[in-house]
Each structure stands twice: as structure tokens, then as C-alpha cells.
Design a protein around this ligand. Structure first.
Ligand SMILES: C[S@@+](CC[C@H](N)C(=O)[O-])C[C@H]1O[C@@H](n2cnc3c(N)ncnc32)[C@H](O)[C@@H]1O
Length: 215
């Protein structure tokens, strides 16, 4: 559940009923995620998935990086916009759950364009010698600033960065937060807002999505 949904479930339903239809494979994946995983709320879900798909289609990226695959919902949504010879690199450290995204990646029309990397994101990103057109960060919050610092130099001019959960259930409004992840997310939002290499805004969709474009 999100900060936004908790405030207005009727509005959330309205938004869902007035968005483009979710592809069949994603419907199936969403159902199986709720049946088979212990934290299904981590999935990007319908509205966010459609946002990722549209942003990706606007860019037609050659190289996408996703940090935090989970069951692959966002991976498949982002893959919808890939250029003909494009690749999405998606990283997750949870090897036990890997069978689930792997099954759906294989079944999807984008199977040859998905490079699913199992491992710790900080280590794996450093091994990739790729320039990014589109990046989606959706993993451990305490590394968000580390991810930003690693990725920014490898983002092309015009590349887009999306980061999930940047409203952190409304906790970003706390003046003196005690929780470490709240401090990091607040610092991350400040860093991006003040970074003249980026133009950005925070979309108040679900738990907040940072949308930044590298100049
Ligand atoms: C919120 S879920 C990702 C949801 C997914 N992007 C989606 O849209 O459905 C976060 C994922 O990040 C992974 N993760 C957390 N810390 C990580 C790390 N240091 N390296 C790689 N993956 C990590 C977790 O295993 C989990 O599957």
C-alpha cells in the first residue's frame, strides 16, 4: 500500500480504470507475485508499470538499467520501449526468488533483450561498462545515494532517471527523522533538486517517483 493510496482509494481506483490496459503477461505475473511471494506490495503494479512503459517508449532507449528486479514487473514494463537492438540490465540479489522473473522473462516477447544479473547491485553495476539511456532505482534505500553516485557519470546527456519510494510514506516531511532510510531519501531528493546537471520533479504517484533528466 502507498501513502497516496491510503489517502484516497477512490481516486486510486479512478486512475487505474482510466489508464491503458495492462498487457496479459503482466496481469499473470501480478497474480503469481501475490500468490507466491511474502512481500507482494513491493511490485511496481499497474499504474507505475504503465508510467514506466510510456517513459521508456518516449525515449526508445538502447540501454536500460534497473536496480531491484523482484518478480520482473517493472523490467517487462520498461522493456516495452526498448530500441530494436536495445537491452535492459536488471539486478537483484534475491537468488531464491529468481525462478519467478526468469519464467516470465523467458515467456515474454522481450526475452532476448533482458540481461538478468543475480548479485549485489553495488558490485554488479561497477562491472558494467555501459552508458545508460534510462535508469530505474527500486532496491535497498540505504544505498540510494551510492547508486546515484555510481550511475550519474554513466548516464548519457538526455538520459532519464526514475527512483521509486522517494516520498517514503510521507516521512520525507519529518524535520528531524530518526530512521536512517528517511534521512537518506531526504538527502537524495535534496541532492537531485540542487544538482544543476539534472532537471527533475517528484511525481506523487504511489509512494513518490523521482523523475530526473540529465542535461
Ligand atoms: C521493491 S523490490 C523491486 C520491485 C520491482 N522493481 C518491481 O517493479 O516489481 C526491491 C528488490 O530489490 C532487491 N534488492 C535489495 N537490495 C539489493 C541489493 N543491494 N542488490 C540487489 N538487489 C537488491 C530485493 O531483493 C527486492 O527484490
Amino acid at each position: 500500500m502507498s501513502f497516496f493510496e491510503e489517502l484516497s482509494p477512490e481516486m486510486d481506483r479512478y486512475l487505474e480504470f482510466h489508464a491503458s490496459e495492462e498487457p496479459e503477461i503482466l496481469k499473470k505475473l501480478r497474480r503469481e507475485t501475490y500468490q507466491k511471494t511474502t512481500q507482494p506490495h513491493m511490485i511496481s503494479g499497474y499504474q507505475q508499470g504503465r508510467l514506466l512503459s510510456i517513459v521508456s517508449k518516449l525515449i526508445s532507449p538502447n540501454n536500460i538499467l534497473e536496480i531491484g528486479t523482484f518478480t520482473g514487473y517493472a523490467t517487462l514494463s520498461l522493456a516495452e520501449g526498448l530500441a530494436e537492438n536495445g537491452t535492459i540490465y536488471t539486478i537483484d540479489k534475491n537468488e531464491e526468488l529468481a525462478y519467478l522473473p526468469e519464467k516470465y522473462f523467458k515467456e515474454s516477447e522481450f526475452s532476448s533483450k533482458i540481461n538478468f544479473i543475480k548479485g549485489s547491485a553495488l558490485e554488479e553495476i561497477s562491472k558494467l561498462n555501459v552508458e545508460w539511456d534510462l535508469v530505474f532505482i527500486d532496491a535497498d534505500k540505504h544505498n540510494y545515494i551510492n547508486y546515484l553516485n555510481l550511475i550519474k557519470p554513466k548516464m548519457k546527456s538526455g538520459a532519464v532517471l526514475l527512483i521509486d519510494n522517494v516520498l517514503w510514506y510521507g516521512k520525507v516531511l519529518e524535520e528531524n527523522p530518526t530512521q536512517e532510510s528517511t534521512k537518506i531519501i531526504k538527502e537524495l531528493n535534496e541532492l537531485i533538486a540542487q544538482d544543476t546537471d539534472f532537471e527533475n520533479l517528484i511525481l506523487p504517484l504511489r509512494d513518490g517517483i523521482q523523475l530526473a533528466r540529465k542535461k
